[in-house]
Design a protein around this ligand. Structure first.
Ligand code: SUG
Length: 458
């Protein structure tokens, strides 16, 4: 029996009912392909291609609007200020903004690309979030990811923390921790390596943390970096006040990191009682299953075999980077997949098989064109941060951050007005682009009611 309303109606918990909300990252005006992410196959493959920031942002907004129309609680998180002049100043560049841009473009073009990346769009890497039912103090806890593995991503946490605090105001319901120390020993990439399983969203859940780098004795990838450390996962579990009995740490297979699985959400996704994953995702999937079943008897596992979908096909299609949702009014789970899944014969056949199988809790799939993000290795699940909320918590969220039909319209007009439809790396030094971004973001903070979260506004 896979009953699966969106409000945890099946449970008889002492906890208040809760829903899963999704906060997608709005793609920023400097969206570009700079090949910055080592170990991310799509980022390397599309390096130096022209991008279309306007189309990227509109593709993301179409997904947000569609999920809101399907009855999901859909929110939005703002992009960041890019190019980030304060970082360039901190690294010794001085003078007027236009002079700084000209100088960095001449002397350190890689640095210009790093401070111009729109990578904050992938909000699955913004933070790790634990719902109030899992935390000792009964509040929702957020720890922004330090994203220490890559320079361009390590620039995100300070503004991410401000955006999260503006969206989920600290106080009665929300607790915000500082990012962990930004050093390789504490590498943390947020919710992309964290899965919560539960009977109903409002019940105490099981929190699964997946790491790439553990103890010296554990196997390591040979080619690409392991971005998430076990030490970071343990620190977050402590900070959030999680019950140790309900936390499982599992190592990602180093061999798949070397094939381009730079986050666990490229090879596994969970929702409510269901874990959907590839045969090669974990070092010990048997232990993971046994541990989960012992604590959550209703747990379901849908494991895809390598003979059906290879790791290479999983990486190129992002099958497991689908969103797995319980849509209101439906019984099972719905997969929100990237168009690349439909274009891969083996992957599409696998999806069709799962949907047709009456014993499989996945009952439908919906396809979205997210190609602009996909070309940088960001699929449907990368673009969203999940936050489980009770009614009281939901009303404490900044009202302007929710996607309503009117706000989706306003954001689309804002994108059409402020975004370019073509960007190449040489454009990043254009001082007009910096001005365009600041004008756009200033307007956006008013539109979303976020206050002054950007450095240029302070
Ligand atoms: O960190 N790509 C991102 C993609 C992040 C996807 N997120 C999740 N799987 N949750 C990254 O690798 C590419 C930027 C560039 O090359 O221009 C980039 O940063």
């Amino acid at each position: 029996m896979f009953g699966c309303g969106n409000n945890g109606a099946m449970t008889t918990a002492i906890y208040p009912a809760a829903i899963e909300s999704n906060f997608d990252g709005l793609v920023g005006p400097t969206h570009n392909y700079a090949g910055l992410a080592h170990g991310n196959v799509a980022s390397a493959k599309n390096a130096d291609q022209p991008s279309n920031p306007r189309e990227a942002a509109l593709q993301g907004l179409r997904k947000m609007r569609a999920l809101a129309e399907l009855g999901m609680a859909q929110g939005v998180l703002p992009p960041q200020e890019r190019p980030h002049i304060p970082t360039l100043k901190a690294l010794g560049f001085s003078g007027k903004d236009a002079d700084i841009l000209a100088k960095v473009a001449r002397e350190a073009p890689g640095l210009l690309a790093a401070v111009s990346s729109a990578s904050s769009m992938w909000t699955a890497n913004a933070a790790t979030v634990s719902p109030s039912a899992d935390c000792g103090d009964g509040k929702v806890h957020f720890t922004p990811a330090n994203l220490a593995s890559h320079l361009h991503r390590s620039l995100e946490p300070a503004t991410t923390a401000r955006a999260l605090a503006a969206t989920f105001p600290a106080g009665q319901h929300f607790v915000h921790h500082a990012p962990l120390p930004a050093t390789p020993a504490m590498g943390d990439e947020g919710a992309a390596n964290h899965t919560r399983l539960c009977a109903g969203y409002g019940d105490a859940g099981l929190e699964l943390f997946v790491y790439g780098a553990g103890s010296e004795a554990e196997p390591k990838p040979q080619k690409y970096p392991a971005r998430q450390t076990r030490a970071a996962c343990e620190a977050i579990a402590r900070l959030h006040g999680l019950d140790g009995e309900r936390v499982h740490h599992q190592q990602q297979r180093p061999e798949v990191i070397d094939q381009g699985v730079f986050h666990n959400d490229v090879i596994a996704v969970g929702n409510r009682e269901l874990l959907f994953f590839h045969e090669e995702a974990f070092v010990d999937s048997r232990a993971l299953r046994d541990w989960t079943r012992a604590r959550l008897p209703e747990a379901e596992f849908v494991e895809v075999a390598t003979k059906d979908v290879s790791v290479a096909d999983a990486v190129s299609s992002y099958l497991f980077n689908s969103q797995l949702l319980c849509l209101p009014g439906t019984k099972g789970h719905t997969l929100i997949v990237a168009q690349e899944c439909q274009e891969n014969g083996k992957v599409w056949a696998c999806i069709q098989r799962l949907v047709a199988d009456e014993t499989c809790p996945i009952e439908a799939a919906q396809v979205f064109d997210l190609r602009q993000s996909m070309h940088n290795g960001g699929g449907p699940a990368c673009l969203r941060l999940r936050v489980v909320l009770t009614d009281a918590e939901r009303t404490a969220v900044n009202p302007g951050s929710w996607i309503t039909p009117e706000r989706a319209d306003a954001l689309e007009s804002w994108v059409r007005r402020h975004y370019r439809d073509r960007l190449v790396l040489a454009d990043l030094a254009d001082p007009a682009l910096l001005d365009e971004c600041r004008t756009a973001l200033d307007r956006l903070t008013q539109l979303l009611g976020l206050g002054s979260i950007y450095d240029f506004q302070r």
